[in-house]
Design a protein around this ligand. Structure first.
Ligand code: ADP
Length: 444
C-alpha cells in the first residue's frame, strides 16, 4: 500500500475530533483544536524534513534517523536504496581497478581514440612503444604525436582490416605492428604490438634460405656442367650409362630451377625498396608472353592473344614479366595436349587486368585458397613431371602484392582455370596515342 493513507488517516482523525467538539456545542473550541492540531502536524513534518536534509547532507553512509509512521518508512527505504547504490559503486570501482591492472599488464600498447582521433586514454605500454603519456597527451590529436606519413595515411584510410608495420617513434630499434579496431560510436582502439623479435627470426629464416640457396648454386652448376658434358660425349660407355646421365641431368636442372626460385623469393621478401616505377608497354609484353607460351608448348596448344587496351602499366618490368611468365607457364604445364590458352590484357572498372585462361585440368575449390603457399601442390607428381618447383604462385603473389595488385583464381575442375592479376587503377597509364611506340624496351 502507498504512503498516502497514513497522512490521510491523521488528518481524518483531526477532522473527526473537531466535528465532535463542534457538535457538542463548542464551535470555537473545535476551531482552535483543528488549528492547533494542524499546526502540530505541520511542525512535525518540517522537523522530519529537516532530519532528512541533515542526514543526506552528512553523507548518507551514516545510519538513517529512526522514526515511526510514514517518515520511518521513508528513512528505511532510503537507507536500503543507499546501501544498494554504495554496494554497486564499490563493485564498479573494483571492476575498474581490475581493468586498470589488466591493461597495465598487457605488453601491447592500447590507445582509445575518439571520433576526431584524439587520445581519450592510453595504457602504460603505449609510453614505451609509442612514446605517449596518458596524462600529458589526453585530448591531443594522435596524428600530431605520431607524425610518420605511413601512420597518418593508415589512420585516414579507416581500413580496419589493414595492419601497418613501422619503427617505434619512441625507440627506432623497436619494430611495431599497428592495428585499428573500431568500437562504439566512431571510436577506435589503436593497438601496437612489438614484433622486433618476430621480424628478427623471420629475417634469420630468410637469410638462411638465401645463403643456403646461394651456397648450393655454385657446386650444382659445376656438377650440372660435368653431367651435361658427359651426356653430350660422342662415345658414351653404353646405353645404360647414357640413360643414367639423362636422369642426373634432369635432376640437376630441377634443383637449379628450385634454387633460382628460392633466391627470387628471398630477394622479393627482403626487398625493402619500393617497387621500380617503370612504364611498361603492355601490348608489347603480351606479344612477348604469347611467344614464350608457344615455345613452352612446342605446338601442343593453341595460344590466343586478346589485347583490349593499348594502355601502359606502371611497375617493375622485370618483376611483372616474371609473374606473368609464371602464370603462362602454369597454364601450359597444366593443360593437356590440344588445349587452348588465352592471354588477355584489358581494363575493367578502371582497373588494369592481366589474365590467363586455359582449358586445362582445373582445380577443386578447396585447394584454391592455398595455391600461393610455398610448395603447395594439388598433384605433387604432376607438378614435378612438368618441371614445377612449387614456388611459382608464391612468387606471383609476392610480386603482385608489391604492386598493390591481387591474384584472382577462377577454376572449374575438368574445364579449366583463369588466373587474373588485378592492379589498382593508379597503376594504369592511359595511352595518349594509338600508335604509341614503347617507352621501354622489354627485357628478354
Ligand atoms: P608448381 O611449380 O607446382 O606449378 P605453382 O606455385 O606454380 O607450383 O602452382 C601451385 C599449384 O597450383 C600447382 O602444383 C598446381 O597444382 C596448381 N596450379 C597452378 N596453375 C594451375 C593451372 N593453370 N591449372 C591447374 N592447376 C594449376
Amino acid at each position: 500500500m502507498g504512503f498516502w493513507w497514513r497522512p490521510l488517516a491523521t488528518l481524518s482523525v483531526i477532522a473527526l475530533f473537531a466535528l465532535l467538539l463542534g457538535a457538542g456545542g463548542g464551535e470555537s473550541l473545535a476551531l482552535k483544536f483543528a488549528v492547533l492540531a494542524l499546526l502540530g502536524y505541520l511542525v512535525r513534518q518540517l522537523w522530519q524534513e529537516n532530519r532528512l536534509a541533515r542526514w543526506l547532507e552528512q553523507g548518507a553512509d551514516r545510519p538513517a534517523p529512526s522514526d515511526i509512521g510514514v517518515w520511518g518508512d521513508i528513512f528505511y527505504r532510503l537507507e536500503k536504496l543507499q546501501k544498494r547504490q554504495s554496494e554497486s559503486q564499490s563493485e564498479l570501482i573494483s571492476a575498474l581497478a581490475r581493468f586498470q591492472h589488466a591493461t597495465e599488464a598487457v605488453p601491447d600498447g592500447i590507445v582509445i581514440l575518439n571520433e576526431q582521433d584524439q587520445i581519450a586514454w592510453c595504457n602504460p605500454a603505449s609510453r614505451k612503444l609509442l612514446g605517449l603519456d596518458s596524462q600529458r597527451d589526453r585530448g591531443q590529436f594522435v596524428r600530431y604525436l605520431l607524425r610518420q606519413s605511413d601512420f597518418v595515411d593508415f589512420l585516414n584510410a579507416r581500413d580496419y582490416s589493414r595492419q601497418l608495420n613501422i619503427n617505434s617513434p619512441a625507440n627506432r630499434d623497436i619494430k611495431l605492428m599497428l592495428q585499428l579496431v573500431p568500437f562504439g560510436a566512431e571510436q577506435k582502439l589503436l593497438m601496437a604490438r612489438d614484433i622486433t623479435e618476430l621480424e628478427r627470426v623471420d629475417a634469420m629464416r630468410r637469410d638462411f634460405v638465401a645463403n643456403v640457396s646461394h651456397e648450393l648454386r655454385t657446386p650444382l652448376t659445376v656438377v650440372g656442367g660435368f653431367v651435361e658434358t658427359l651426356n653430350d660425349m660422342d662415345k658414351p660407355a653404353d646405353a645404360d650409362l647414357r640413360h643414367y646421365f639423362g636422369i642426373m641431368l634432369n635432376h640437376t636442372r630441377r634443383m637449379q630451377r628450385l634454387l633460382d626460385d628460392l633466391l627470387t623469393l628471398s630477394r622479393l621478401e627482403s626487398s625493402v625498396n619500393a617497387v621500380a616505377d617503370e612504364q611498361v608497354y603492355m601490348p608489347e609484353l603480351m606479344r612477348e608472353l604469347a611467344r614464350e607460351g608457344e615455345s613452352l608448348s612446342r605446338g601442343k596448344h593453341t595460344v590466343r592473344l586478346e589485347i583490349d587496351s593499348q594502355d601502359w602499366l606502371s611497375g617493375s618490368l622485370q618483376e611483372l614479366q616474371s609473374a606473368f611468365s609464371n602464370l603462362v607457364s602454369n597454364a601450359v604445364r597444366y593443360t593437356q595436349e590440344g588445349g587452348e590458352l588465352t592471354l588477355r590484357w584489358f581494363v575493367r572498372d578502371g582497373q588494369p587486368v592481366f589474365a590467363v585462361t586455359d582449358t586445362g585440368e582445373g582445380i577443386a575449390s578447396e585447394h584454391i585458397p592455398r595455391l600461393t603457399e610455398r610448395f603447395y601442390r594439388v598433384d605433387r607428381s604432376r607438378s614435378r613431371e612438368t618441371g614445377g618447383t612449387g614456388l611459382g604462385l608464391a612468387i606471383v603473389k609476392h610480386i603482385l602484392t608489391r604492386h598493390g595488385a591481387r591474384l584472382d583464381i577462377q577454376s572449374t575442375p575438368g574445364k579449366g582455370s583463369t588466373f587474373s592479376a588485378i592492379f589498382p587503377a593508379e597503376r594504369l597509364i592511359p595511352s595518349k596515342n594509338e600508335d604509341e611506340k614503347p617507352r621501354l624496351s622489354l627485357v628478354k
